[in-house]
Design a protein around this ligand. Sequence first.
Ligand code: CA
Length: 241
Amino acid sequence: MASVLVVEDDQFVRSALIRHLTDASHTVRSVGTALEALREVAHVRFDVVILDLGLPDLDGSEALKMLRGITDVPVIIATARDDEAEIVRLLNDGADDYLTKPFSVEHLSARMAAVLRRSGSGGGAEDPLAGVIRVGGLAIDPLRRQAELDGAALDLTRREFDLLTFLAGRPGVVVPRKELLAEVWQQSYGDDQTIDVHLSWLRRKLGETAARPRYLHTLRGVGVKLEPPEPEPEPEPERPQ
Ligand code: CA
């Protein structure tokens, strides 16, 4: 399917990644240092690079800048650091996406598919609206990590944004809590309260409540779905007396 360069110095993580990617019928090359990675991309055209931030020779952000200096190959950062400021900086420095370790294989595949889709569909001129998810009055740009409701920018935390994006990506589909935990929190188990708390924050920012939902609907014991709100009833035209 795709040719992937894995840059990871941890032997254990590296062989796991290679195994999973090969199982998913990707072609994989792997190196353990940033300098080897630079040498590889200078000679081979890859579809995507998965770049570990904690490499022995160069700091991850340095490695990313040097990669960007010689190639526009899509780069997915894999980081153990859950540091929002740094992730934002790396995205600005040219990373296409990121994964916080530990991540599931499904999560990696989904991110890879999204990155490949974007780079593949781009081809020539970049359409700034490509990849924008629209549901009702919501517009979410996963690439720029911006969301709007009825034209007004939403100020979301990283988790709120990820949660909204994940749900908006499958409108009308009830997503089980377990799946949300795995996809948005990268946890295979956890406390339902974590989801509830973030949902309620997100609801507040969308100007709705659990009792009077518009976009976000919780189905008790089942899961959560996002769908466009019912259109407001047209106000009765005023009749002249
Ligand atoms: Ca490492």
